[in-house]
Design a protein around this ligand. Structure first.
Ligand code: MF3
Ligand code: CO
Ligand code: CO
Length: 269
């Protein structure tokens, strides 16, 4: 166990921000969140096995809802701040928080993010993946691949007593190098006891800046990478779905991660 109070003092003396005590999960909480992560991964695997051209995003919602309950979990999105469905399904120029609908039919060439969050015994795990529907253009495959690389590089940058800014630096550098932009006003978040906890996880930033990461912290990293401008807008009708400003495509991957005493563990896939 880390000596929390002493570490906080030492870092704060140097002017470095530290996590609040509540951000450090107990052993019991970590075990619970890991279990939620395993079930969340099983739900996304089930989507992966069943997603196909011609189905609707409402069908994806049914798959997620049914499988989650079957595995003993609860889908966290349903009724979360009024969200009407059990999963987010965001297609093409939708950045995130797409609402499943029987009017939205998956068609050849679509790219779609499916974002699942599962509650098990009161603990939360949150992850999302991209799916390629039918024959996707090389251009959009590249966007999806680079987005996954952004997440993987961010995870590779994590270490106990590393800094929050390292995450954003890894993501932004790789996205820009590939000619893409990073959505700035939506980020990752602490997760586990609630759906969205502190701290906010920036997907852009400077190396060696920001809060120091302590073992026991659990949070998501979920970069949204755009082909064109990073600017986005909110769907005025449903007040949930975020779109790219310029209609360019957007991709996202999300993991829930745990900072350990000697590295990092990915709790979802
Ligand atoms: N799963 C999303 C995230 O990664 C949050 C969705 S909120 C919902 O943080 F209400 F739209 F489900
Ligand atoms: Co999240
Ligand atoms: Co999510």
């Amino acid at each position: 166990m880390i000596d929390f109070d002493n570490l906080v003092k030492t870092y704060n003396k140097k002017g470095i921000a530290t996590p609040k005590k509540e951000m450090i999960k107990t052993k019991e909480q970590i075990e619970g969140i890991k279990k939620a992560g395993i079930i969340n991964t099983m739900v996304l695997d089930y989507v992966s096995e069943n997603i196909h051209v011609g189905m609707t995003t409402e069908d994806i919602n049914t798959l997620v809802h049914t499988k989650t309950l079957e595995l003993g979990g609860t889908p966290a999105p349903l009724n979360y701040q009024g969200f009407p469905k059990s999963v987010c399904t965001s297609i093409n120029d939708q950045v995130c928080h797409g609402i499943p609908s029987s009017d939205v039919i998956l068609k050849d060439g679509d790219i779609i993010n499916v974002d699942c969050t599962t509650i098990v015994d009161g603990y939360y795990a949150d992850a999302s993946r991209m799916f390629l529907i039918g024959n996707v253009s090389e251009k959009h495959k590249r966007l999806v691949n680079v987005t996954k690389e952004c997440l993987d590089l961010a995870v590779a940058s994590l270490k106990p007593f590393g800094r929050l800014g390292d995450i954003g630096y890894a993501i932004e550098t790789h996205a820009k190098k590939n000619g893409y932009s990073v959505v700035r006003n939506i980020g990752g978040h602490g997760v586990g006891i609630e759906f969205h906890e502190d701290p906010f996880i920036y997907h852009f930033g400077k190396k060696n800046t920001g809060m120091v990461l302590f073992p026991g912290m659990i949070f998501t990293i979920e970069p949204m990478i755009n082909e064109g401008t990073s600017k986005v807008f909110l769907d005025a009708q449903n007040e949930w779905t975020i779109y790219t400003w310029d209609g360019g495509y957007s991709a996202q991957y999300e993991y829930t991660v745990l900072i350990t005493e000697d590295g990092v563990e990915i709790l979802t896939h």
